[in-house]
Design a protein around this ligand. Structure first.
Ligand code: FES
Ligand code: FE2
Length: 384
């Protein structure tokens, strides 16, 4: 096998999905299906009266919370001169453009013009709005066909429900890499070498990998927690972590370490080369063992232990992952024609799923984004 890269296309840049040759090029050009709910921000990050820009595959969306506390999401452009609405201000339950003061309601209709209409009738103007909701401390947007938003629920996280909810920790990152590069980082434990300094896990052996419908499941046998602090915690709370099971239920990632630690990862493809990742880590810490003595673990102690794990291990490990996927992305952009020398057989399952779902997305009716300020219809505006 020739592992060298060709030089003929190096200056050209990676191919589009339609032009891509081979599985890896296709996967690296694929978007994510907009007909799902995507986590875009933390609930607490958008206070009443605030707006923030969020992005889905290069689409800019103005997310704001009215003074009434209700979240709303609009296409982030004023229909008048195309300024970003997030430059403006929240006025009551509406969002007002900063330039001439056109005011949009949560459905995207202009409900007030802050200037003379020059004797013309009041124009009926509407931009696109998006279904938006809040759950598990995250704000979710449905960028696709709004008619499907009710059928496709926000993912259910049973470990966070009710009075016996597990101890939770949130981590979030903006990484300069395509979402498939990030997905592969989460699911390919062959990269234990990257974390050799921390020995987050080592000796990973792929035990199973299978694909069914829109789901890929993999299972690894691993050793975990070799370093003093984390190893001490794992031993004393008797967390067994010899098996890591991963379920990618498109487009959501679940990693289960033993039966009492779960990582959920929600990937937001902000652009073809950048991804925001929300990680919800939860663990069930019920008892602490000191020799033969066993204590119940009160919630504050559980939170303190997960906090320690975060600062001594998780933040550092994910920072290494962020650097690695960024390097991989720039490596791919420079050498996209180099042969893909992938040894892990499960990687093909993830790439095939990403490719198939994006091909399905593109096969649906074409999108007509409103350019003249008139309201989109569900039939013509499927959100791609
Ligand atoms: S550009 Fe927004 S009101 Fe004129
Ligand atoms: Fe990693």
């Amino acid at each position: 096998m020739d592992a060298g890269s060709s030089s003929a296309h190096e200056a050209v840049g990676p191919p589009s999905f339609g032009e891509a040759r081979g599985r890896r090029q296709k996967a690296r050009a694929a978007g994510l299906d907009p007909d799902y709910w995507y986590a875009v921000a933390y609930d607490k990050a958008v206070a009443p009266g605030r707006s923030v820009e969020v992005r889905f595959w290069d689409r800019s969306i103005a997310l704001y919370r009215g003074r009434d506390g209700v979240l709303r999401a609009l296409e982030n452009r004023c229909a008048h001169r195309q300024l970003a609405l997030t430059l403006g201000e929240v006025t009551g339950c509406h969002l007002t453009c900063t330039y001439h003061g056109w005011t949009y309601d949560g459905d995207g209709r202009v409900v007030h013009y802050a200037h003379d209409l020059f004797g013309r009738p009041r124009p009926e103007v509407r931009i696109r709005s998006y279904p938006v909701t809040s759950r598990y401390g995250l704000i979710w947007i449905f960028p696709g066909d709004p008619r499907l938003a009710g059928q496709r629920g926000v993912p259910h996280l049973p470990e966070l429900d009710g009075g016996s909810a597990w101890t939770r920790m949130d981590l979030s990152y903006d990484w300069s890499a395509h979402h498939s590069v990030v997905l592969e980082n989460f699911n390919d434990l062959a990269h234990e070498y990257l974390h050799r300094k921390y020995q987050a896990f080592w000796d990973a052996r792929l035990a199973d990998h299978a694909s069914s419908g829109d789901t890929v499941r993999t299972r690894y046998h691993v050793s975990i927690g070799n370093k003093p602090v984390v190893g001490w915690i794992l031993r004393h709370v008797q967390l067994k972590a010899e098996v890591i099971e991963m379920t990618y239920d498109y487009p959501y990632q679940l990693t289960e370490v033993g039966d009492r630690i779960r990582f959920r990862a929600f990937f937001l493809p902000t652009s073809p080369t950048t991804t925001r990742v929300f990680i919800v880590l939860s663990c069930q810490l019920t008892s602490f063992h000191c020799g033969p003595v066993r204590f119940g673990v009160p919630r504050p102690l559980a939170r303190a232990l997960t906090g320690v794990s975060r600062s001594v291990l998780l933040d550092r490990v994910f920072s290494q992952d962020g650097a690695a996927v960024t390097w991989e992305q720039s490596g791919y952009e420079a050498h996209h024609d180099a042969p893909s020398l992938e040894l892990n057989p499960s990687m093909a399952l993830f790439q095939d799923l990403i490719i198939r779902k994006w091909a399905d997305t593109l096969s649906r009716p074409p999108v007509r984004t409103p350019r003249n300020g008139r309201a989109p219809t569900p039939e013509t505006d499927s959100g791609r």
